[in-house]
Write a protein that binds this ligand. Structure first.
Ligand code: GAP
Length: 521
């Protein structure tokens, strides 16, 4: 646990030191759970968004984009269920005065049981070697059975209590499990209460004419209310999707995990409209396609897992999270939800406007069903950034900090470094810089010894350094250094563009994604 905390602290301080992320309004002591992206952060964020957009919109004939407004008619949030049901159960510790999400306290407890079971399984796998049958062990080893069945019992009871709004039982469960406040260690809890997460604001210039609005808590509703506009103007045939990226706002109760849980964040969502009855097929396909997108970035298969929901949101008939191994353990990164026809039907009822699809072959109209994929851009940023940050022992006994960002996402692709600051090397470096910057984000650095400049670029995540030396002036070659292997090759200047392009272009990763996604429509 201590190691995890230390690693997470390093991630946060590195993000600040290398121009990625700082707390919002820092000079005024900051604003809780709101963050600003600096010069490198904004580039990485833009690149993640572009990679998602390309894979969703550009790579599919039947998915189009949209950019809807953040301000929307307030009845939308009544229709979507957010006014009545977008709540989190909160609980306060009377001694530390700290506020927690009651469901998260219970889930964390359950996760510890899973960790204990997995430890037993790993030990047994080592002991039995090739003959080990994990499935059999899970159902026969008394300790593992006890841990896993206790975990299931706890999660099922919590789901049932939350679904039936039995908040007294949620508190009872916390007390029965002996869960204590992580800060004070005390078990002195208040009752559990529901808390609506939407931020309110007003639109209109005068008090009499103003209207109460909400800042959107998800981008999805902007897609639903434009379903018919897009379907008609684009002559879209089912199945088809609408994708959008944009800000969402939630007044989160617990906001102590850097950009994992923010009050202002960005989502990348896609609603896929299908014929009723086909939602299960598409739900399965989208689970697989989204995992393939993640795996194509090369962060390691072992860092992902699916987590099927026992407790379903008010709109869903099936839901799964793609969880990622963050520095503080496996947590939700993306949600894939089969949202039925709930949203379109509800908007039909509240607006009085038909939101249907006319099937020419069958000569009938119906409300389409929807499968949604929804990922937090900031959470994806954290997944990539925290995995990429590594401290490495080198052969000569020294160590280096390296930010192994996937090259296709790295903010700066190339740093150009003249070996020394004279003899025409800076001028030659600028010539190369001015050519390469037409295609890539490139920086120039002449300060300090070249070794220190390499370390600086390693820590900033730059995949390539080009060093311009005296030989460059004679034969138009440079050295190209690879961030990850630290190997240097002598390259002709005229070949630089194609070599770098090969590594930083998104096309190879998109092809990998297609290969990884086995299911065809
Ligand atoms: N439209 C469905 C929806 O909004 P969600 O599971 O509430 O579903 C989807 O959110 C994704 O948005 C999450 O998987 C997560 O990546 C991201 N997300 C949600 N709340 C967030 C927060 N407070 N801060 C950062 N990201 C968040």
């Amino acid at each position: 646990m201590k190691n995890q905390d230390n690693q997470f602290k390093k991630v946060i301080s590195h993000a600040k030191e290398y121009g990625y992320i700082v707390q919002s309004s820092e000079i005024y002591d900051g604003l809780g759970a709101v963050y600003d992206y600096l010069q490198n952060g904004v580039e990485l964020k833009n690149n993640i968004r572009t990679y998602w957009w390309k894979s969703m919109v550009q790579m599919h004939d039947n998915i189009v984009g949209l950019d809807s407004a953040i301000f929307m008619h307030p009845t939308i949030w009544k229709a979507s269920g957010h006014v009545d049901a977008f709540n989190d159960p909160l609980i306060d510790n009377k001694d530390s005065k700290k506020r927690y999400r009651a469901d998260v306290l219970i889930e964390d407890y359950a996760e510890k049981l899973l960790i204990k079971a997995n430890k037993e399984i790993t030990k047994a796998a080592k002991r039995f070697g090739d003959t080990f049958d994990e499935e059999q062990y899970k159902t026969t080893n008394p300790r593992v059975v006890k841990y896993l069945s206790e975990r299931d019992r706890i999660l099922q009871r919590m789901s049932k209590s939350l679904e039936s709004s039995d908040l007294a039982d949620v508190k009872e469960l916390i007390e029965e499990l002996g869960i204590s406040c992580p800060v004070s260690g005390s078990k002195n809890w208040t009752d559990v209460k529901q808390f609506n997460l939407m931020f309110g604001t007003k639109i209109g210039a005068s008090a009499e004419n103003s209207m109460d609005l909400f800042l959107r808590p998800e981008t999805a509703q902007g897609i639903f209310v434009n379903y018919l506009n897009v379907q008609k103007s684009g002559r879209m045939k089912l199945p088809f999707g609408i994708a959008q990226t944009g800000k969402a706002f939630r007044n989160e109760i617990v906001a102590r995990q850097f950009i994992f849980r923010m009050r202002e964040f960005e989502q990348m969502e896609m609603q896929f409209f299908v014929k009723p009855g086909e939602q299960q097929k598409w739900y399965k396909i989208w689970k697989e396609r989204r995992l393939a997108w993640h795996l194509s970035l090369g962060l390691g298969k072992e860092n992902y897992r699916f987590h099927k929901h026992d407790k379903l949101a008010h709109y869903a008939d099936a839901a799964t999270d793609i969880e990622f191994k963050f520095p503080f353990g496996f947590k939700e990164l993306e949600g894939i939800h089969s949202r039925t026809d709930f949203d379109l039907k509800s908007h039909q009822e509240h607006s009085g406007k038909k939101l249907q699809y006319f099937d020419h072959e069958k000569n009938e109209s119906f409300v389409p069903f929807v499968v949604e994929t929804s990922i937090g851009l900031d959470r994806m940023f954290l997944a990539i950034f925290s995995t990429a940050l590594q401290e490495e022992e080198l052969e000569n006994g020294s160590s280096r900090i390296v930010l192994r960002l996937p090259a296709i996402l790295a903010p700066v692709k190339v740093a150009i470094l003249p070996l020394i600051k004279r003899d025409g090397l800076p001028e030659k470096s600028h010539e190369i810089l001015n050519t390469l910057r037409l295609d890539f984000n490139v920086v120039y650095d002449e300060k300090d010894a070249v070794g220190r400049r390499y370390r600086r670029q390693d820590a900033a995540g730059t995949p390539f350094c080009i060093t311009v030396d005296h030989q460059t002036l004679e034969d138009d070659t440079v050295t190209l250094r690879d961030r990850d292997t630290m190997q240097q090759k002598r390259i002709a200047i005229k070949d630089l563009k194609s070599i770098i392009e090969q590594e930083v272009s998104m096309s190879n990763s998109l092809l990998k994604m297609i290969q990884l996604s086995k299911t065809k429509e």
